[in-house]
Design a protein around this ligand. Structure first.
Ligand SMILES: *Cc1c(COP(=O)(O)O)cnc(C)c1O
Length: 298
């Protein structure tokens, strides 16, 4: 099902330079940022089968969760509007009801109904009791977890892996990806590929368990290596060094990254490449997971 007419397969481009030559490796970038103008990157991959299921169940409303800058809220608002669903966003932080962020403004323009809750209430986002309560309150919507991350997301992300294997005519040694909820990393592992996951959050060690939980019951998983030191102070935090890196990446390769996820992942990956972390001959595919709506620099 070609939901929303995505550009698939998304291009796979080689990134080369002195640093890849010196390390004796090959590095590719999977351009999932080009998949759709508003439902970008991994959010499209993760949403696809939730949207299919919601339609199949004749649900008229989608309900999901996110923060004031959430790429997932943005993507769900756009996809829901285009496909004729009503959408409801449960937004973390009551104080935001008074405040407009570019992401929330866009969500409103896409007719998403925003419902602001305290951080304490938001923490219940996985509690069955809380979900039942929301379900009753909002007319029995199709509920999509935070980040679009659920068992349904695995299958959509695995399709990206399949595209890469056929574009390369072989399997890469590693996929590199930024991690927020870990759903994208889990989907790649589910497709039996190895993952280097770079936490975009501080204290990202918990992602290991989250990812294992998403994969419970499946066999033939790839191997996960989680990096937790490239968070730049925490979720959505950055410093001039990261911004300089994003700018030089754009100058060298002609590709825009953003400061919340993909900038941090490439920064960490380049550091590993330069430090001789990879054996000669290693092939790496780094996934550009999109999220450029969240670009807040320059
Ligand atoms: C949401 C997002 C991620 C994180 O994906 P998870 O599946 O939640 O780990 C990475 N990159 C971008 C651009 C994102 O929008």
């Amino acid at each position: 099902m070609d939901l929303l007419g995505p550009t698939t397969p998304t291009p796979l481009q080689e990134l080369s330079g002195k640093f890849t030559e010196e390390a004796g490796i090959r590095l590719f970038i999977k351009r999932d940022d080009l998949i759709h103008p508003t439902v970008s990157g991994n959010k499209w991959r993760k949403l696809k089968y939730s949207l299919v299921k919601a339609k199949a169940e004749n649900k008229s409303t989608l309900l999901t969760f996110g923060g004031a800058y959430s790429n997932h809220l943005y993507a769900t608002a756009a996809a829901g509007n285009a496909l004729g669903f009503r959408t409801i966003g449960i937004v973390r932080g009551e104080e935001l009801a008074e405040k407009e962020t570019p992401t929330l403004k866009f969500c409103r323009e896409q007719h998403m109904q925003l419902h602001f809750v305290s951080r304490q209430e938001y923490r219940q986002k996985h509690s069955e009791e809380y979900l039942l309560q929301l379900s009753g309150q909002f007319d029995f919507p199709f509920i999509i977890p935070e980040g679009g991350t659920s068992g349904l997301a695995l299958k959509g992300v695995a399709e990206m892996v399949t595209e890469v294997r056929s574009q390369l005519a072989s399997a890469p040694d590693f996929f590199a990806v930024a991690a927020g909820t870990g759903g994208t990393a889990a989907g790649i592992l589910y497709a039996n590929a190895n993952v280097l996951a770079f936490s975009a959050l501080k204290g990202g060690g918990f992602l290991e368990n989250e990812i294992q939980a998403l994969l419970a019951g499946y066999e033939n998983m790839g191997k996960l290596k989680l990096f937790t030191d490239y968070h730049f102070g925490g979720y959505a935090k950055w410093n001039p060094e990261l911004l300089d890196f994003i700018e030089s990446f754009k100058n060298n390769h002609g590709i825009q990254l953003e400061q919340v996820y993909t900038g941090k992942m490439f920064f960490g990956l380049f550091e590993l490449i330069r430090s001789g972390y990879f054996a000669k001959g290693t092939v790496i595919v780094a996934v550009h997971t999109g999220g450029l709506q969240g670009l807040r620099i320059k």
